[in-house]
Design a protein around this ligand. Structure first.
Ligand SMILES: [Zn+2]
Length: 104
């Protein structure tokens, strides 16, 4: 995969994540059920959705950062030691910023 292929895949993933964030944002701003008996379920769903939204926002940030590294021409280079990040690692984790040795 070239870096341009990676960028295209990351942009698709970013669009999905952003759509999910928008959906979760709508879900978490709904009013609680009028019936008290339903509210504990609502609150549980709210906590789940908010947790998920935080994760998705974090992922979106990482994708944006990875796209910036591709643009800048230093994608796949370890932040810590400057070594090349193994292609297998990038394939598994395209937003990785550190080589396996530095990530440990
Ligand atoms: Zn490293």
């Amino acid at each position: 995969m070239t870096h341009q292929d990676v960028a295209a895949a990351l942009r698709r993933r970013l669009a999905d994540v952003q759509a999910d964030i928008a959906r979760l944002e709508t879900a978490t701003t709904q009013p609680l059920s009028p019936k008290f008996a339903d509210q504990s379920g609502d609150l549980e769903a709210l906590a789940t959705n908010e947790g998920r939204e935080v994760q998705q926002i974090h992922e979106a940030d990482q994708i944006v950062a990875a796209l910036a590294r591709i643009e800048a021409g230093h994608y796949g280079v370890c932040d810590m030691c400057g070594a090349e990040i193994a292609p297998a690692r990038l394939a598994a984790l395209p937003t990785a910023t550190r080589c396996i040795a530095c990530a440990a």
